[in-house]
Ligand binder design. Structure first.
Ligand SMILES: NC(=O)c1ccc[n+]([C@@H]2O[C@H](COP(=O)([O-])OP(=O)(O)OC[C@H]3O[C@@H](n4cnc5c(N)ncnc54)[C@H](O)[C@@H]3O)[C@@H](O)[C@H]2O)c1
Ligand SMILES: O=C(O)C(=O)C[C@@H](O)[C@H](O)[C@H](O)COP(=O)(O)O
Ligand SMILES: [Zn+2]
Length: 373
């Protein structure tokens, strides 16, 4: 039986163009899809222990059925895997398997595996091709698309990495059936992000269809495809984030600082940091008189309904001082000549890039938010 590809989103990047294939049970057809698109290659699969248990057997069976040669590297699950130590394991694993420069690395997992495996592929043998097989909601709507790869540093989130586009993205909707509810909700924060950036109609549609998306109805695939189309459009326009791509960072300046502060641990997942960060970005915009404060309340209510944290007090355990958070914000990659850049907003669907944001105003706002329950 042929694979049922429900959506094919093309990322038109010239020599680096690729397709995002979205559909049910695509993992079971991965072997035939790869054999047709990349004849004669061998495959090095990088995954984590949880995905290895839940989804790897399906991929292996499909590669075996198509007669494709493969080897596996299994890393520990969790954000702390995005480190030099695990990058080394991944790259040495690729070399130990004698994968050649013309072979393919497969990232099977969530955004952690996608970011790390993509970075490993970008440096092994000075650059190998790789394929994203995203298995978390977050990875299917965001991290598998666009070519940002990398690892974290004690100095900050994603500070070490490279732009390296995948050759193909294969998003199997059925893999989400084994994802935990907390991880699903975390990915949903990035779904909401697309509406908040410049698509208020999508945000209103999400308000209508949230329950169906969580339950796994047809709206789920539709939402994923809409997110991929949105991201593909932005990446085609600005692959290396010289301009508009920074909008995809809505909520991330705050969120990344919080992730660093909580030690890249499961105290705060990336999507959860983004949820709080988006509420803070909207609240800060309202404080500056740029956006209506009712929008902050509406966004916060929607995220809360999805089971997401929305305020600093929702993060378990003590946070570092405001100075510590501001030091993390100062390491953000959008900082230019020492000046802070934030994605601010005039309301739902009206985000914009603001350079030269006053650090003292951010710090005072954070101080206030720490006190508010
Ligand atoms: N490169 C980008 O453009 C981009 C975009 C957004 C986020 N990110 C990065 O992505 C990371 C977060 O990704 P994530 O939320 O997918 O986290 P993750 O990769 O840690 O995956 C979430 C958890 O769910 C498990 N899991 C994944 N798929 C599963 C499945 N189908 N069944 C059972 N368990 C499964 C994983 O083992 C892990 O424990 C962060 O590091 C973030 O910085 C990158
Ligand atoms: O693809 C992008 O561009 C994004 O900003 C998407 C974000 O959701 C993602 O978390 C990304 O990794 C953040 O990028 P960074 O450059 O701030 O590390
Ligand atoms: Zn993100």
């Amino acid at each position: 039986m042929a694979a049922e590809i429900a959506h094919n989103v093309h990322v038109a990047l010239g020599e680096r163009a690729y397709d995002i294939l979205i559909g049910d049970r695509l993992l079971d057809h991965a072997g035939s899809i790869l054999a047709e698109r990349f004849p004669g290659r061998r495959y090095g699969i990088i995954t984590d222990n949880m995905v290895a248990e839940a989804q790897l057997p399906r991929l292996l069976a499909s590669l075996d059925a198509a007669g494709l040669s493969h080897s596996e590297i299994i890393l520990p699950a969790g954000e702390s895997t995005k480190s030099f130590a695990h990058l080394e394991t991944a790259v040495e694993g690729i070399l130990a398997a004698r994968l050649e420069r013309g072979d393919l690395v497969i990232a099977l997992g969530g955004g952690v595996i996608g970011d790390l495996a993509g970075f490993a592929a970008s440096i092994a043998r000075r650059g190998m091709d790789f394929i994203q097989m995203p298995t978390s909601l977050l990875a299917q709507v965001d991290s598998s698309v666009g070519g940002k790869t990398g690892i974290n540093s004690p100095h900050g989130k994603n500070l070490i990495g490279a732009f390296h586009q995948p050759r193909l993205v294969l998003a199997d909707l059925s893999t989400l059936d084994t994802l935990s509810p907390r991880q699903f909700a975390a990915g949903y924060a990035e779904v909401v992000k697309y509406g908040l950036i410049d698509d208020e109609e999508f945000f209103f549609w999400l308000e209508e269809h949230q329950a169906e998306i969580f339950a796994g109805g047809p709206a789920r695939g539709e939402a994923i495809a809409r997110c991929c189309r949105h991201k593909a459009r932005v990446v085609i326009e600005d692959e290396k984030e010289l301009g508009v791509r920074a909008l995809l960072n809505l909520g991330h300046t705050f969120g990344h600082a919080l992730e660093k502060d909580t030690g890249y641990s499961d105290r705060l997942l990336h999507g959860e940091g983004v949820a709080i960060g988006m509420v803070l970005a909207h609240g800060f915009s309202a404080r500056l008189g740029l956006a209506p404060s009712q929008d902050t309340g509406r966004i916060s209510a929607h995220l809360k309904k999805a089971g997401l944290p929305t305020i600093l007090a929702d993060i378990p355990g003590a946070l570092g001082s405001t100075e510590t958070l501001m030091a993390a914000i100062a390491q953000d990659k959008k900082v230019a000549r020492g000046a802070l850049t934030f994605i601010l907003t005039r309301g739902i669907g009206q985000a914009f890039i603001e350079k030269n944001v006053d650090g003292a105003a951010v710090s005072a706002f954070l101080d206030e938010m720490r006190g508010s329950a």
